[in-house]
Design a protein around this ligand. Structure first.
Ligand code: NAP
Length: 306
């Protein structure tokens, strides 16, 4: 395995950055990994876990001499980090991010990137509901998509190098236009998270069903919602505040569909419901066929020990 990059700076050491570190080592990359996080506690944990060759106190220090810089902090923190590192970046370095939205990050980070630095936004469409330096694992990106949203005039060689890097971490790499990325992710990730948060909130508010009943009789549907609704509050607050337009558009459509289904239930229009569920079942099959999930019953949970 070639070095690809000689020195990789990980800014933020949570789920995504720690998984990148594990996946880089699994791939046999010999790049030096320098990491930093906001709190001394996270930096200490990262040292204990040996996630990096060197852990430093600030992002400005971390990027010195780095030929790849990865911004792996919540979306709302990207601007401040970019402002801090801008003057310290090496000429010729590539800066990428892993943020879940793209338009607002490009607007926030772009202005702080000096000439001669390649800023290539990215988003690994891979994650779990866990966060922090201990939650990472090498397989997180395996067979998952990494979406690059390059800006006009992006250096081809820098882009190819970053693509090869993510492929070595296990990802399939695709390119997408920035606005399109935010709309697609609003459908596939952001709106579903909001719906899960809402459903769990509804169960919590419903005083006729006690908390213990909700937990005891938690069937697959509700249980899957609770997993999603356990996701990091800071990350998701920032996603919604920074992908407002696309999320609101999808939620508008969602509300219309919900009303249509509600009407079908009230009018006992069984054909409508059956046709609708037949169409949605085909989407699930498509996801399984594309290798993006398992078709084991109950997501393979049944065969597993608790
Ligand atoms: P995480 O586990 O919560 O880790 C976030 C890291 O950022 C921590 O090291 C944290 O430091 C640091 N940080 C938090 N607030 C900061 C601030 N204001 N200034 C500087 N650093 C700060 O998060 P993650 O899940 O790895 O997510 C990182 C990025 O990846 C986010 O932009 C998210 O949208 C994106 N993403 C996440 C997922 C997912 O499923 N989790 C999937 C794809 C993309 P401390 O620990 O010291 O607070």
């Amino acid at each position: 395995m070639s070095q690809m990059y000689s020195r990789v700076a990980l800014i933020g050491l949570g789920l995504i950055a720690s998984s990148m570190s594990h996946a880089m080592r699994r791939a046999g990359m010999t790049s030096e990994i320098v990491g930093t996080a906001r709190s001394a506690e996270t930096r200490e944990t990262a040292e204990k876990l040996d996630l990096c060759d060197t852990v430093v106190a600030t992002a400005a220090e971390a990027v010195v001499g780095a030929d790849l810089v990865v911004l792996a902090v919540p979306v709302g923190a990207m601007e401040a980090v970019a402002r801090e590192i801008g003057p310290h970046l090496e000429a010729g370095a590539t800066v990428t991010d892993v943020g879940s939205v793209k338009r607002e990050i490009v607007a926030a980070v772009g202005p702080h990137m000096p000439d001669g630095v390649h800023f290539i936004p990215g988003h690994p469409v891979a994650g779990t509901e866990h966060s922090g330096p201990e939650s990472g694992f090498a397989e997180l990106f395996d067979n998952r998509w990494l979406l690059l949203t390059p800006l006009p005039g992006t250096d081809v060689e820098a882009k190819e190098r970053l693509t090869a890097f993510w492929q070595a971490l296990g990802s399939n790499v695709d390119e997408m236009e920035i606005e399109h990325h935010d709309l697609v992710l609003a459908v596939t990730s952001h709106a579903p998270h909001l719906i899960a948060y809402t459903m769990v909130g509804v169960a919590d508010d419903l005083s006729r069903v006690t908390d213990s009943e909700v937990i005891k009789y938690s069937a697959a549907g509700f249980r899957d919602f609770t997993r999603i609704a356990a996701s990091d509050p800071t990350m998701w607050r920032d996603v919604f505040l920074n992908n407002k337009d696309a999320t609101l558009e999808i939620l508008g459509r969602f509300t219309e569909e919900l009303f249509a289904l509600q009407r079908a239930i009230r009018t006992e229009d069984g054909d409508y419901l059956h046709d609708y569920f037949t169409r949605t079942r085909a989407i699930r099959r498509g996801i399984v066929e594309a290798g993006q999930d398992t078709d084991a019953p109950d997501f393979g949970r049944m065969g597993k020990k608790p």
